[in-house]
Ligand binder design. Structure first.
Ligand code: 5GP
Ligand code: ZN
Length: 118
């Protein structure tokens, strides 16, 4: 079982914000912003690229409700999905990072990693 599946079952504790039958939002253990929330489906889905559109149709309003619950709907936030190796995905269970509570810098390109053949 992956670590986020263990968070879903409660085998690994988490600081939960909200949940319903299908989705869960909890605070990131290593926050990169004053507010750093992870939003996941309870069902194990490996990454965004393999996510069925029906899941996103239900996940979108859940994400919006989380933003409202913590007040980021008013101040703004960044939603990030790291997908695969170049995206920097470390946990292979779909998760959206919701970052806020400060002005965020842009962009993120790592130096000397540009793939010139794409
Ligand atoms: P990724 O790099 O896969 O997009 O992001 C994984 C995120 O999961 C990281 O921001 C990391 O801090 C967070 N994380 C990893 N393990 C745990 C954990 O056990 N609990 C919580 N709350 N967050 C975790
Ligand atoms: Zn999982």
């Amino acid at each position: 079982m992956c670590i986020f599946c263990k968070i879903v079952t409660g085998d690994i504790p988490s600081n939960k914000i909200d949940e319903n039958d299908e989705f869960l939002a909890f605070h990131d253990i290593n926050p990169k912003a004053p507010v750093h929330i992870l939003i996941i489906p309870k069902q194990h889905i490996e990454n965004f690229q393999s996510t069925p559109p029906e899941v996103m149709a239900k996940m979108t309003p859940f994400i919006q409700e989380i933003a409202k619950k913590v007040g980021l709907d008013q101040t703004g936030y960044r939603l990030i999905v790291n997908n695969g190796e170049d995206g920097g995905q470390e946990v292979m269970h779909l998760h959206f990072h919701m970052l806020g509570g400060a002005k965020l810098k842009w962009p993120h390109l790592a130096p000397d990693t540009v793939k010139k053949n794409i």
